[in-house]
Each structure stands twice: as structure tokens, then as C-alpha cells.
Design a protein around this ligand. Structure first.
Ligand SMILES: Cc1cc2nc3c(=O)[nH]c(=O)nc-3n(C[C@H](O)[C@H](O)[C@H](O)COP(=O)(O)O)c2cc1C
Length: 182
């Protein structure tokens, strides 16, 4: 089974996560490069699409798409990737390091809404989702503290404990998905 990790990251957490996944699965990885990488313009919904990928997406059985969530939405670079490569994508797994907790996943800014958005576009091409809320690396009383999680980024120092357990679980699930050839 050929797999590629494709990611976009503004502050580095999703890059860190994408690299971890690619190393754990010994698979290739490529960054999504927006034509205009200006964060403020994204927030104003001004987006000129993405540069072409170097890898041939259709060669891969699975694409693991990794990136952040902003304002409860599928962010422009990830949306552009899905739209541009829709036909070439065989199966897709969506992964995010985001701010929203598991408890609030279905609220206004929750990652659950973005999972539904991805599913609506890709239908049964989308086979699996996983969120790694950044609060998992914070003390319990700071997990829902917006200020604290906005300032926190994944790194070798804090990628341990619950987030690491969940990550290892996720890799096992991916391996099962591959064995079942889904
Ligand atoms: C402007 C902005 C809006 C955000 N909105 C959300 C949101 O609606 N839901 C959420 O779960 N996280 C939200 N976040 C948190 C990011 O998803 C989180 O910080 C993520 O880890 C950043 O990834 P990166 O370091 O790869 O850029 C937001 C962050 C920013 C900067």
C-alpha cells in the first residue's frame, strides 16, 4: 500500500505531526504550498489556490491530509488540495492538530464540523479522521484556555503523555486500515 502525507501548517504543529506520521509509516511527505501564503488574506477568504504537487497523487492508495482548523472551517489550502486533486485521490485520511477539544468537537469551532465538511466533499473516499487537540500537551486546567493553546506548538519536548499515546493508537489504526485494504 502506497501512502503519502500531505500537509499545510502555519505555526508548525501540523508540520510536526505530519513529519511524525510520515516517519512512523516510512512514507513520503509533501507540503501544500499556497500561491499566496499570507495568513490574513486566508482569513478574509482571499486565496489564489495552491502550487502543483511534485508527487503524483494518483499513484498513492492513501493520502493522509494534515492541517489546522481556523474558525471552524476547512482551511483554504486544504480545500484547494482536495478540489484540485479530487479525481487523483483514491482514499483520504484527514488529520488535524487543532484547538478544539474532543468534548467540544461538534460545537461552532469544533473539528467535528470540519470532518463533516471533508466527508461531504469526498464522500466514501474519506475513510478515517483523527484530531490531536493541542490542549493534550497542556495541564488539565489549561486545555480549554484559548490563550494558552494558541501559544502552544508541538515539539519534541511536549509530544509525550496522552498525545503520544493517542498518536501511537492512531498509527496502529492506520496499519489496521492498510491490512484490511480499505
Ligand atoms: C485564526 C485562528 C483561528 C482558529 N480557529 C480554530 C477553530 O475554529 N477550531 C479549532 O479547533 N482550532 C482553531 N485554531 C487553532 C489552530 O487550529 C491550532 O492552533 C493549530 O494547531 C495550528 O496549527 P499550525 O501550528 O500547524 O499552524 C485557530 C487558530 C487560529 C490562528
Amino acid at each position: 500500500m502506497k501512502t503519502i502525507v500531505v500537509y499545510y501548517s502555519n505555526k508548525g504543529s501540523n508540520r510536526y505531526l505530519a513529519e511524525k506520521i510520515s516517519k512512523s509509516l516510512s512514507c513520503e511527505i509533501e507540503e501544500i504550498k499556497p500561491r499566496l501564503n499570507i495568513f490574513l488574506l486566508f482569513l478574509m477568504n482571499i486565496h489564489l489556490g495552491i502550487r502543483s504537487m511534485k508527487h503524483d497523487v494518483k499513484e498513492y492508495d492513501k493520502v493522509i491530509l494534515c492541517g489546522p482548523i481556523w474558525m471552524g472551517k476547512l482551511i483554504p489550502p486544504l480545500r484547494s488540495f482536495i478540489n484540485k486533486y479530487f479525481r487523483q485521490i483514491n482514499k483520504l485520511i484527514f488529520v488535524t492538530c487543532c484547538g478544539s477539544t474532543y468534548a467540544k468537537k461538534d460545537e461552532k469551532f469544533g473539528h467535528g464540523l470540519v470532518f463533516k465538511e471533508v466527508e461531504n466533499i469526498l464522500k466514501d473516499k474519506c475513510i478515517f479522521y483523527q484530531a490531536f487537540p493541542i490542549g493534550l500537551v497542556l495541564p488539565d486546567d489549561k486545555r480549554e484556555d484559548t490563550d494558552a493553546f494558541m501559544k502552544t506548538h508541538l515539539n519534541d519536548e511536549n509530544f509525550k503523555g496522552e498525545i503520544l499515546e493517542r498518536f501511537e493508537d492512531f498509527i496502529q489504526q492506520l496499519n489496521k486500515v492498510s491490512i484490511l485494504n480499505i
